[in-house]
Design a protein around this ligand. Structure first.
Ligand SMILES: *[C@@H]1O[C@H](CO)[C@@H](O)[C@H](O)[C@H]1NC(C)=O
Ligand SMILES: *[C@@H]1O[C@H](CO)[C@@H](O)[C@H](O)[C@H]1NC(C)=O
Ligand SMILES: *[C@@H]1O[C@H](CO)[C@@H](O)[C@H](O)[C@H]1NC(C)=O
Length: 546
């Protein structure tokens, strides 16, 4: 992982300003029964239509290797209806100015026990809150972004069997920790401390989810592995007599594995390399984008990172400009030690958006840098990836990025940059689409909603009632943040969820039916092939002219 950025955050308004979510306690009459039930009927009809079509498609489609995971049924309907036991009110009800009628609820961290004690204060939020505030908030919610549909795919292996205690225990083999949520409280058993603060900030993110949706995250029991590479091999679990795979959460997957993907720690901060929480960092990047227009940027492809972590990155260094060649690439190695000594001045992410093209290339697995690169308004040149994380499966070539061959990187980059510089409007649009995707569909609200829906769907599959493991400790935001020091503390304070969300989670979209999933994958492959064909033409023409 390679990105860093400068740690000056003082001027950004303090930890309070980035919490958009507020709780509004309705003081007006609850006259919403009728609209609610008609909405429920509507949803029911929709579900029936959906079920009809997906069964139809199931019958008629040839199942390809990619759509093996696709026919869905019970988890889905269950997920959709279960997470929304109380549909939002009818939007037609005339809205009065809400400020006067609702009270915003913020629940600050209670560090009164002191900065050294690792226990949770008595009656800390959120469990108490859910009792006091049983009313659902009232704004109708939008449907979640498309990438949420992959939640259905990730949970597909357990659709028929459910998840037993034995399966979860099997997943402990490589897990760093086990997380149990009971009545809105978190309990953690640590098996092995992770690399750096990955586990800490992952757990911190989950605690913030519990603050955001108090009492709404169902009881669950899961295993989490913080290492880069997915390990649950599909091959072991296919075939007539195969066992059901152990459910294991981690940050990325690939097409040969069944690990369940979960947002990585960097959304709440990465203190070791001074990457601040995504909420603030994405704002910096947005601001940075205003500083330079696309056409005014350097007309080259930029990359900066640590090449030593992967062969393919070392290979890309060959594409750098020299006296003998110019592949239109400007690539730089990151010197961690020097940058640390210099306070990361050279690695401010927001100031790295001054090229028209930015290269994304995987490191040892997926790289957290992808969202920072996509956020730049530059055209992302995406070197063919092997891994996916929770949001990248919905990125489309030529819409959100330009695909780059892994086996012929220099020529591929050269062509991409030439194409973009001579098709400015189209290139700019690709950069903008990626930026919009990241700033809109990947904002923290949706990251939390993704976690919410994934964990709810997972919990739904459990065949047993979770209990607190004997060696687990109760974990709350206070017990993590109060004793934390330095950047860790700062990032925790900045990413603390201020209080319960005034909104219910977005509405979970239905699973892909096999035909749709198939056509998405086909469309993706087709565009990549198209680019490869253009590339070939370009180079054929060049070689004839020389
Ligand atoms: C903070 O926690 C302490 C210790 O549990 C408790 O006595 C106190 O009432 C709490 N303060 C608030 C404001 O909830
Ligand atoms: C790539 O070329 C630029 C310009 O010559 C140079 O500054 C940079 O250090 C080179 N990158 C690497 C990794 O050698
Ligand atoms: C899996 O991905 C690799 C490249 O990452 C590709 O070569 C292979 O064809 C893919 N397999 C399937 C079944 O899609």
């Amino acid at each position: 992982m390679k990105m860093r950025e400068q740690g000056v955050m003082r001027g950004s308004g303090g930890p309070n300003k980035h919490f958009a979510e507020k709780i509004w306690v309705p003081l007006l009459a609850k006259n919403t029964l009728a609209p609610r039930s008609s909405l429920a009927v509507f949803i029911l009809i929709l579900l029936c239509i959906g079920a009809f079509f997906s069964t139809r498609l199931l019958d008629s489609s040839s199942i390809t290797s990619l759509s093996v995971n696709s026919p869905k049924k019970s988890i889905f309907t269950a997920l959709t209806s279960r997470n929304h036991p109380r549909p939002p009110e009818n939007p037609k009800i005339p809205e009065k100015p809400q400020e006067n009628q609702r009270t915003q609820i913020e629940i600050p961290l209670n560090c009164s026990l002191g900065d050294t004690i690792l226990t949770c204060p008595a009656n800390y939020y959120p469990s108490k809150f859910s009792i006091e505030n049983p009313d659902p908030p009232s704004t109708p919610q939008p449907t979640c972004p498309e990438y949420f549909r992959w939640i259905h795919e990730d949970l597909w292996p357990w659709r028929e069997t459910g998840i037993t205690k034995g399966m979860v225990r099997m997943a402990s083999k490589t897990a760093n920790f086990r997380l149990v949520i009971l009545n809105g409280k978190a309990y953690v058993e640590t098996y092995q401390k992770s690399f750096q603060t990955r586990d800490t900030f992952t757990l911190w993110g989950i605690l913030q989810l519990l603050r955001r949706y108090p009492g709404q995250v169902p009881d669950l029991d899961l295993m989490f592995d913080c290492i880069d590479w997915p390990v649950i091999k599909k091959d072991f679990y296919l075939g007539p007599n195969a066992k059901v795979p152990p459910p294991l959460f981690r940050y990325c997957g690939d097409n040969t594995t069944l690990d369940i993907v979960f947002p990585d720690w960097s959304f709440w901060g990465w203190p070791e390399i001074n990457i601040k929480p995504w909420e603030d960092l994405s704002k910096d990047l947005k601001e940075g984008n205003k500083r330079s227009k696309w056409v005014e940027r350097e007309p080259y492809a930029y990359w900066k990172g640590n090449p030593a972590v992967a062969k393919t990155r070392m290979d890309m260094l060959k594409c750098n400009v020299s006296d003998k060649q110019d592949w239109n690439a400007r690539v730089y190695g990151q010197d961690w030690i020097r940058e640390h000594q210099q306070g990361y001045k050279q690695s401010d992410l927001a100031s790295q958006c001054n090229h028209r093209f930015k290269i994304y290339i995987e490191g040892s697995a997926w790289s957290v840098s992808e969202k920072y690169i996509l956020a730049c308004n530059s055209v992302t040149l995406l070197v063919k990836p092997q891994y996916y994380d929770f949001f990248t499966r919905s990125l489309m070539p030529l819409q959100h990025y330009w695909p780059i061959r892994d086996d012929d990187k220099c020529r591929s980059i050269k062509y991409a940059v030439d194409w973009g510089n001579s098709n400015e409007k189209k290139a700019k649009a690709i950069g903008k689409a990626a930026s919009n995707f990241v700033h809109e569909e990947l904002k923290m609200d949706y990251v939390y909603d993704y976690m919410f829906h994934l964990l709810s769907g997972y919990a739904k599959l459990l065949k047993y009632k979770p209990t607190i493991p004997p060696k687990a400790v109760e974990l709350c935001s206070e017990s993590m943040a109060c004793p934390a020091l330095g950047l860790e503390k700062k990032f925790m304070m900045e990413s603390t969820v201020k209080g319960p969300s005034s909104k219910t989670p977005c509405i979970m979209p239905p699973p892909f039916d096999p035909a749709t999933l198939h056509s998405i994958i086909e469309r993706k492959e087709k565009s990549i092939k198209q680019v490869e064909a253009w590339e070939k033409q370009y180079w054929d023409r060049k070689s004839k002219n020389v």
